[in-house]
Write a protein of this length. Structure first.
Length: 424
């Protein structure tokens, strides 16, 4: 089989790493890929939003399966286009991808189907949003409706800050069209967790549980990022909790989507707050989480490709993945300044020491290769991912490895999985 992965980050490196191990696959491609990914998959110089060019390429190269990493391609309708040309692709179609593409749409589905979530109001008018805000209790949660690379959520302790955030989004359009509508939401207290499932629209196949760390600094300080690290399993997602998430969230979600005439096939990522009243939905994503994908791929014992194919073919009831009974942790090494402005082109040292590392793998999220040297080329640069018998052991392994890598301005959190350690 020939498989094409769309995207270029750490998530796509993890997908390529896993897919290329499949006995069914003899060639793996990645568009556009990265210098790191190029060690495993042939790079294809097409951006994820150039969906026509991607379809032309898949047709010409006779690609048997395309796997979409980033949400943008899905909301642009890459799946509809590929399917109209008879090409097999993993990911929901454009209408179903609105579940991530519009937080207002997701909130409507949640409300219509009585799925537990924070109470909320949706506004395109700043004055009305502020009137609603005045009736809420702090802290205030303000969200941009559209895609904002994980950075469109503001949690404000003071009302003035929340009002400024509303003005920023609606009046000053700091997130462009993505902030034309805002959601003002109740603040939920509890333990966060991510729960990813494959679904063919009828059946639900849970993947291993995981948890990411969104804030840039230790102890959840500083602004939100795309994700600073992740671990799997997440102890807060017990088997009883898994049942509740499926019964109270995922089954009504699929019914609600069907009632709207949407046939969802792909991955559903549920961002959860486990509150004292049970699991509540913070957000939905329509693709693998990044960095959660890295530890999850490391813990997946089975071949990923048949699982993706069963999702497309509506046969998910016929597959049962096997998992390694261990723990995996990904620590994201970042450039100084991320998630704000940062410099690129810094020489990375120490990668050679981890070439034959037998406790994990270093996934590349933003690197370039230049005359035998590795350089930084993004805000999130590397995802050092280890697996071991326990979370405590995996923490030790992952930081021993991460500490071997250096560059000018390197920054990473030192407390990934610390909360999980307290729970086990
Ligand atoms: P989202 O992209 O909607 O998942 O939001 C990003 C992050 O903001 C989440 O991972 C939470 O840490 C936080 N967050 C979002 N919504 C809420 C809420 N209603 N209450 C508390 N924290 C929230």
């Amino acid at each position: 089989m020939k498989v094409l992965v769309v995207g270029s980050g750490g998530r796509e490196h993890a997908l390529v790493w896993k897919i290329s191990q499949s006995p069914k696959v003899n060639e793996t491609f990645c568009a556009p890929g990265s210098a790191g990914i190029a060690e495993t998959a042939e790079p294809v110089n097409i951006a994820p939003d150039e969906i026509e060019r991607l379809a032309d390429y898949a047709e010409k190269k006779k690609i048997d399966l395309t796997v979409v990493g980033p949400e943008l391609a899905l909301t642009l309708g890459i799946t509809d286009l590929f399917e109209s040309r008879g090409l097999r692709i993993f990911g929901p179609n454009k209408a179903a991808a609105q579940l991530e593409g519009s937080k207002a749409f997701a909130k409507e589905i949640l409300r219509e189907n009585h799925i537990p979530t924070a109470s909320f109001g949706t506004f395109a008018n700043a004055t009305l949003a502020k009137q609603y805000l005045a009736q809420q209790q702090p802290p205030y949660v303000i969200k941009a409706d559209g895609l904002a690379a994980g950075k469109g959520v503001l949690i404000c302790a003071k009302r003035e800050q929340a009002e400024a955030a509303i003005d920023d989004l609606i009046v000053r359009k700091s997130f462009g069209a993505a902030g034309e509508r805002v959601i003002v939401e109740e603040f939920l207290e509890g333990e966060e967790a991510s729960f990813m499932v494959l679904t063919d629209g009828d059946h639900i196949l849970p993947l291993a549980s995981s948890q990411d760390h969104k804030r840039v600094f230790d102890n959840d300080q500083g602004p939100n990022t795309g994700g600073m690290g992740a671990y799997s399993p997440a102890p807060v997602v017990t088997s009883a909790m898994t049942e509740r998430i499926i019964d109270e969230i995922l089954k009504p979600l699929l019914t609600g989507l069907k009632n709207r005439g949407l046939h969802y096939r792909g991955l559903v990522y549920v961002g959860l707050m486990v509150t004292k009243d049970g699991p509540k939905v913070l957000e939905f994503n329509t693709r693998f989480g990044d960095p959660e994908c890295q530890p999850i791929m490391m813990r997946l014992k089975s071949d990923l490709v048949p699982l993706l194919e069963a999702t497309i073919d509506g046969n998910l009831d016929r597959v049962q993945p096997e998992w390694y009974d261990d723990a995996a942790i990904c620590v994201v090494l970042c450039a100084q300044g991320y998630p704000g402005t940062y410099e690129t082109g810094k020489e990375i040292h120490g990668l050679d020491k981890l070439k034959n590392w037998n406790k994990g793998f270093v996934f590349h999220a933003g690197t370039a290769h230049d005359h035998g040297r590795w350089l930084t080329s993004g805000g999130r640069v590397l995802g050092v991912t280890a697996h071991s018998g326990s979370i405590a052991q995996a923490v030790k392994e992952v930081y021993q490895a991460a500490d071997q890598i250096t560059w000018d301005g390197i920054h990473y959190r030192k407390d990934i999985a610390r909360r999980a350690l307290k729970q086990v």
